[in-house]
Write a protein that binds this ligand. Structure first.
Ligand SMILES: Cc1cc2nc3c(=O)[nH]c(=O)nc-3n(C[C@H](O)[C@H](O)[C@H](O)COP(=O)(O)OP(=O)(O)OC[C@H]3O[C@@H](n4cnc5c(N)ncnc54)[C@H](O)[C@@H]3O)c2cc1C
Length: 548
């Protein structure tokens, strides 16, 4: 359980090469492959139990499904429909733990669920379902569900279509930023001695003398490294079966992929007051969630068999389905059209495969798979259940390597919430906003910065002042480069700050401020600068141009 190198350099461009080289001479207890929420959770759980742990991610952290979800820490209302009571109970209890450990990043939200004649729920059904949900999910007294009359529902959300409206339910969900949650979990694991690197891909796995030998390719230096461990966990989500194949075993299909699309609209075009969980077309349900001067809406659920898992694309028919569902359910002064879309994201749900079942019929449960050479894969599940999945997986890892240490992750606060508690949250936020006001940020901008970086917002303010920057985004860029393993403009604008989703119109001006800071810190050549810009432009196209 000892590793002789220190991990202070693995998130730091200047020390990364040295750190990787030192680690290729170590034997780890555990190598986690995949830096989405599942791998992140396992890395934190294992390292906090004292296991020497290495996590590798082939792209950026959270660049797979874990930055493309609906961004809700669910109580699991929809599982009631499939009678998965155990799942509702587990995820409901879980979100209370997650909220306690990261209150700046996991934000309680009341959702409105309108009831229509011939909709998915009758009023009496919804009353029972929500009461059951409150009970199973252990919802706090002040957050318990309410049933509203038609008039009350329209006061809460005037955009609801009046025709055939019969009332609404209000229930509680928690909103997060999935990519930042993943990153913060990984950053927290570093405090327990883990090593975590993005842009390094596992290319082959073999077993020698009872140890796993993992060959990798590093995309920052274009070099190969080989790492050794007593145990390997495959946490590659949509790539689970691919990694099982490179593990040199004849593996059967375990995963089936379902594509889900969200679109982002300017809030002025879809001015919802409250998040709504509404009846979409084809007897499905969608979320519409106001956020950062925008409203995002989704999602679809269609089988995905294309080999491009890195950048699944939304099609025109996916987009039209969401737009038609909005126009069908809300009274918006000007109907939504594809021209209103400012951004979008498309993710792949890694679901446990069951023969002859449609994706929407498949359970969102997780499953552990153990291959013949003892590699453990963990697949399926939800963002919300990541900690429980991590516990289950790490328990098995401990059993396999003969260690008996109990999980303690329920008590671990994420590092960005270090000094923030549920009790002092509003006071800490107020202080932060006050300081940011003095630097000429608007209230919304200040609030957003606090929810993004929590405790570390003060570090960004310090960088802003000590460098005499003109715009806070310069300090954000330097902070992310120094502390968050940021290597590209897409990492920064998409997953560290979400600006590509919620304020894409500002990106062109912001690039001019941020690129020189990237260039100096990462010692970029002109050619490399051009590449980063091209990659960003490509992403702008992917998020706004849809396939036939
Ligand atoms: C549309 C949609 C909406 C959703 N909404 C919600 C929600 O609101 N709430 C909720 O709780 N859940 C939600 N989910 C589910 C949740 O997002 C996923 O269950 C979760 O993000 C899966 O995480 P993961 O870490 O298993 O996979 P991923 O996030 O995809 O991570 C796997 C990682 O492995 C890496 N990788 C692959 N191969 C290799 C290799 N050879 N070497 C190194 N790295 C490799 C990939 O690059 C990737 O980053 C949603 C899912 C979708 C698609």
């Amino acid at each position: 359980m000892t590793n002789n190198s220190t991990n202070e350099n693995c998130f730091n461009f200047n020390g990364r090469l040295q750190s990787l080289t030192a680690n290729s001479a170590q034997v780890f207890d555990l190598i986690v492959i995949g830096g989405g929420i599942t791998g992140a959770g396992i890395c934190l759980d294992a390292s906090s139990r004292g296991l020497s742990t290495l996590l590798i991610e082939k792209n950026d952290f959270a660049s797979g499904t874990s930055s493309r979800s609906t961004k809700l820490i669910h109580g699991g209302l929809r599982y009631l429909k499939s009678l998965e009571f155990g799942l509702v109970r587990t995820v409901g209890k879980e979100r209370a733990i997650l909220y306690k450990n990261a209150p700046h990043l996991i934000i309680p939200q009341n959702l409105i669920l309108p009831i229509y004649k011939n909709g998915n729920f009758r009023k009496w059904q919804l009353r029972i379902a929500l009461a059951l949900y409150d009970f199973l999910a252990g919802v706090q007294k002040n957050e318990k569900m309410k049933i509203l009359s038609i008039d009350e529902a329209l006061v809460k959300e005037p955009l609801l279509k009046k025709n055939e409206l019969q009332g609404a339910g209000i229930y509680s969900e928690y909103r997060t930023d999935d990519a930042r949650l993943t990153l913060e979990i990984i950053k927290t694991s570093l405090n327990y001695g883990s090593f975590a690197y993005n842009y390094i891909e596992a290319t082959s796995i073999r077993k020698e003398n009872e140890k796993f030998i993992v060959s990798t390719k590093d995309y920052i230096y274009d070099k190969s490294f080989v790492f050794t461990a007593k145990q390997v966990v495959n946490a590659t989500g949509p790539w689970t079966d691919d990694l099982r194949k490179i593990n040199h075993l004849n593996s059967n299909q375990k995963i089936c992929l379902s594509k889900g699309v969200h679109i982002v609209l300017k809030h002025k075009d879809f001015p919802l007051k409250k998040p709504v969980y509404f009846d979409a077309l084809e007897n499905r349900m969608c979320f519409a969630i106001p956020r950062n001067n925008c409203t995002y809406v989704g999602t679809t659920d269609t089988i995905y068999t294309n080999s491009n898992k890195q950048e699944p694309r939304a099609t025109i028919s996916d987009i039209q389905y969401i737009i038609d569902s909005i126009n069908n359910s809300f009274n918006i002064p000007n109907k939504i059209t594809p021209q209103n879309i400012i951004s979008s994201w498309t993710g792949l749900r890694p679901l446990i495969y069951q023969k002859n079942k449609q994706t929407k019929e498949l359970s969102r449960k997780d499953e552990l798979i153990i291959d013949n050479n003892n590699m453990i894969s963990i697949a399926g599940g939800k963002l919300t259940g990541y900690r429980i999945m991590a516990k289950k997986t790490t328990d098995l890892v401990c059993e396999k390597i003969g260690i008996d240490i109990k999980c303690q992750s329920q008590r671990i606060k994420l590092s960005s919430s270090n000094t923030i508690t549920i009790e002092n949250l509003s006071e800490r936020k107020k202080n932060c906003i006050k300081k940011l006001f003095e630097l000429s940020l608007t209230e919304k901008e200040a609030e957003n910065l606090f929810h993004t970086y929590g405790h570390f917002t003060h570090d960004i303010i310090d960088l802003f002042q000590s460098n005499n920057y003109k715009n806070i985004i310069e300090a954000e860029a330097l902070f992310c480069l120094k502390n968050e393993s940021t290597y590209s403009l897409v990492d920064f604008f998409l997953r560290r700050t979400s600006k590509l989703h919620y304020s894409p119109e500002k990106i062109n001006t912001q690039i001019n401020l941020v690129l020189p800071i990237f260039s100096t810190y990462l010692k970029l050549t002109k050619e490399k600068e051009k590449k980063l810009l091209e990659e960003l432009r490509n992403h702008q196209i992917i998020l706004t141009k849809f396939q036939k």
